[in-house]
Design a protein around this ligand. Structure first.
Ligand code: AMP
Ligand code: MG
Length: 401
């Protein structure tokens, strides 16, 4: 079987994928969720002309010449409007957030006034007409679209939605991702491995990545390298939108995943792609379920998840796809590439000229999670890219998870 190019693999995974259904969530639970329906303002904000400062509400015409003394006829505070009307020669004591009293159009800040004992105030500096007044709907007007559908909700989105009086938000259901690690050598973190065993990290890394990009996770644990056991474990993923397996994806005598997927009813679309790390990646579907057979090496598994799972989650959540890769300048030369698209772990620094300088790690073994953790980006090396000398611009994918 020829190796499938990365872009083609991605296109085949995303073919025909539509966003999941929507549900309502309270604002307090909406962080990180993806809006299914735009947030529009249920009201004007502010809903009335309001004072932006502590001071006195006056008629602009009364304070054209200063100093001038005005009669203080009442008070307006936040939540306590003044019911009367400000007439010629009059002022109202006012505080930030209070509705402007009728008749008044300008606020003189307290610092530019002097209150007198006789219930008057002396205005010492001339304000600009309309100064320190927030007009009605300054922030937003009823009916305006404030946050577009497809937005992953940030903290600022939630504050704005609250101000717009939207206590419930309509968001996409979280895709459910079932995760199965395979391998006789694996024990769960926290357990004591035998001398010939290692600690399984893929389950944790993949779960964290899936959650980070908006999924809910069902951990199916670790299954030993046995066909029947793997088939049974795969069947436990029924109901999940996506099944991820890790390991057992190569051609060794202990690699049972491909056979197990087929036996469990998965129609395998492709196996093996033209990339490094991650060549043994496989993909198929079982009814509506997407199945990704990820390589066992932790860096390969996570790079494949970033490249293929993340776009699939985006599509199921209805968020826009990835932005195009950016570029950075190579700190050291990279040799010519072979037929596989390389994703090279690298650090990213700001160069003396303010540009971005990318420095690949010398060792790129796909078992090395520490360099993956320390990398800030992956340099993308297209198939058959010629040698890239130091100083040349190369495309990079920022590692933001
Ligand atoms: P495999 O694809 O099963 O041959 O695994 C390739 C390499 O990845 C082997 O060195 C495995 O020990 C390792 N590996 C597989 N699964 C995991 C896992 N869940 N956590 C850490 N390493 C793993
Ligand atoms: Mg294995």
């Amino acid at each position: 079987m020829a190796l499938l190019p990365v872009d083609e693999a991605k296109a085949r995974i995303l073919a025909g994928v539509a966003p999941l259904a929507a549900e309502n969530v309270k604002l307090a639970e909406a962080a990180g969720r993806v809006l299914a329906t735009a947030v529009t303002a249920a009201r004007d904000q502010p809903p009335f002309p309001a004072s932006a400062m502590d001071g006195y509400a006056v008629r602009g015409g009364d304070v054209a010449e200063v100093p001038v003394s005005l009669k203080v006829i009442g008070m307006a505070a936040a939540g306590h409007g003044f019911r009367g009307r400000v007439g010629r020669g009059e002022a109202v004591r006012i505080f930030t957030g209070a509705p402007m009293p009728r008749g008044a159009d300008t606020v003189v800040i307290q610092e530019n006034t002097a209150a007198t004992a006789t219930g008057a105030v002396t205005i010492r500096e001339r304000p600009r007409p309309g100064q320190h007044v927030r007009q009605r709907a300054l922030d937003f007007a009823r009916g305006e679209t404030l946050i577009a559908a497809g937005t992953r909700l940030s903290t600022r989105d939630l504050g704005l939605a609250a101000a717009a009086n939207r206590a419930l938000l309509r968001v996409r259901k979280k895709p459910l991702v079932a995760i199965l690690a395979t391998g006789d050598e694996l024990v769960a973190p926290g357990r004591k491995p035998r001398a010939d065993q290692i600690v399984s990290s893929n389950g944790q890394g993949l779960a964290a990545l899936a959650r980070h990009f908006g999924a809910e996770v069902r951990d199916l644990g670790i299954v030993r390298d046995d066909l029947g056991a793997t088939v049974r474990a795969i069947k436990r993923a029924a109901g999940a939108d996506i099944l991820l397996t890790s390991g057992g994806a190569s051609v060794g005598e202990h690699d049972f995943v491909l056979a197990a997927l087929k036996r469990a009813g998965v129609t395998v679309d492709f196996w093996k792609i033209a990339m490094r790390p991650g060549k043994p990646f496989m993909y198929g579907r079982r009814k509506r379920q997407h199945v990704m057979g990820l390589p066992g090496n932790p860096v390969s598994a996570l790079v494949c998840a970033r490249l293929f799972l993340k776009p699939l989650l985006d599509a199921l959540l209805g968020v826009g796809g990835d932005a195009a890769p950016t570029e950075a300048r190579l700190a050291t030369a990279i040799g010519a590439n072979d037929g596989r698209q390389d994703y090279v772990r690298a650090t990213l620094d700001v160069a003396a000229d303010g540009g971005r300088l990318v420095r690949p790690f010398a060792r790129q073994d796909s078992s090395m999670q520490r360099t993956f953790r320390e990398a800030q980006c992956l340099i993308i090396r297209p198939p058959f890219a010629p040698e890239a000398p130091a100083g040349s611009l190369v495309p990079i994918l920022i590692l933001d998870f």
